[in-house]
Design a protein around this ligand. Sequence first.
Ligand code: AMP
Ligand code: MN
Ligand code: MN
Ligand code: MN
Length: 285
Amino acid sequence: MSFLNADLHCHSNVSDGTLRPEDLAVRARDNGVDLWALTDHDEVGGQHRAMVAALAIGLPYLTGTEISVTFADKTVHIVGLGFDHESEPLVKGLAETRGGRERRAQDIGDQLAQAGIPGAYQGALRYVGNPDLISRTHFARYLVEAGVCGDTNEVFRHYLVEGKPGFIQHRWARLADAVRWINEAGGLAVIAHPGRYGFTPNEEYALFSEFKTHGGVGVEVVTGSHAAHEFGIYADMAREFDLLASRGSDFHSPDESRIDLGNLPGLPASVRPIWDALAHRIRQP
Ligand code: AMP
Ligand code: MN
Ligand code: MN
Ligand code: MN
């Protein structure tokens, strides 16, 4: 079978990316992507625009989102693909999941002020493209602008992760609910970038098993959020747990993202690509 350049994970300014859905569609096409999904955090507000833009330039499209979940007291991301983006349980579930972000952002701003960085909440708001979706990334961009750090990665390391002054513990959706919203909307659920969570082997085993129990079917193997050595590790996990494999850049911004749209190695031959199971959900130009 010939290589398919599928990129099924990226962000627009409807969540914490910097480009509009329409700009991402063109960038994906120009980079040689053959199948594209926009997966904004906790949002499907950009789906219609992304789909129309993609189809207009001949790019096959799958609907997508990336849901924030709390599992074992840590944040885990679950990508949904190929769902009906007007499904009521999904739209309602995502709205609830987003709901806590405003309060959390104010708390992050207060804590940063106590750490000697005033005005961060107002500053972050200037980077927000969707008032419903203020994220840590918007704070990171403001802190770079304010000269507190040289780049957004450094802001996360020093200010926005657990144990640092701007971190606020937050409860996101439950794993079972996130998978159910996706499934009820006719889509497939995928564990996003499992290599990023810092789980112990036991915690990781629990995540994969419970995810399957709830009806999840996929895992990201090749992602811009994995180091190269993790591609093989999660290809093995995909086989061990009989999960379909996904692939995506997790592109956010030309200025910040290491990996551009479509610019990834192919999936290892040992795994089954998730798009084989989504053929009937792909919107063709
Ligand atoms: P939030 O959903 O508000 O907690 O923000 C999560 C987002 O922050 C992720 O989707 C990434 O885009 C970004 N992020 C998380 N950790 C890092 C990091 N270490 N460096 C850069 N960006 C990060
Ligand atoms: Mn993000
Ligand atoms: Mn993620
Ligand atoms: Mn992402």
